[in-house]
Write a protein that binds this ligand. Structure first.
Ligand code: FES
Length: 96
């Protein structure tokens, strides 16, 4: 297991080489789009601008240079570009 950098739309996160990118991005507090988490819907797609990933079988359509974050595990530091702003998870105050 190696420590790597996952850059999401220019924001650097600490990552690893054993978990799918979608999980790692969520654990860092960001909220990327997803639906199936199983390589079918394509909602989690993004562009891989730099680096390499291991991608498990998937059914969703991908354009050249795109990956599915739910099915991709980074092999090294990666730069990802989503075509929308990936927001931070906002936590509701407990007393609302
Ligand atoms: S969440 Fe559906 S393909 Fe990744």
């Amino acid at each position: 297991m190696s420590r790597i950098t996952i850059t999401v739309n220019g924001q650097a996160l600490v990552g690893n080489t054993h978990q799918p990118l979608l999980e790692q991005i969520e654990q860092a507090g960001l909220q990327p789009e997803f639906q199936c988490r199983n390589g079918v819907c394509g909602a989690c797609r993004c562009k891989l601008d730099k680096g390499a990933v291991s991608q498990q079988d998937a059914m969703a359509y991908l354009a050249a240079g795109e990956i599915l974050t739910c099915r991709s595990t980074p092999r090294e530091s990666v730069d990802l570009e989503f075509d929308y702003q990936v927001s931070l998870v906002t936590k509701k105050a407990a007393n609302l």
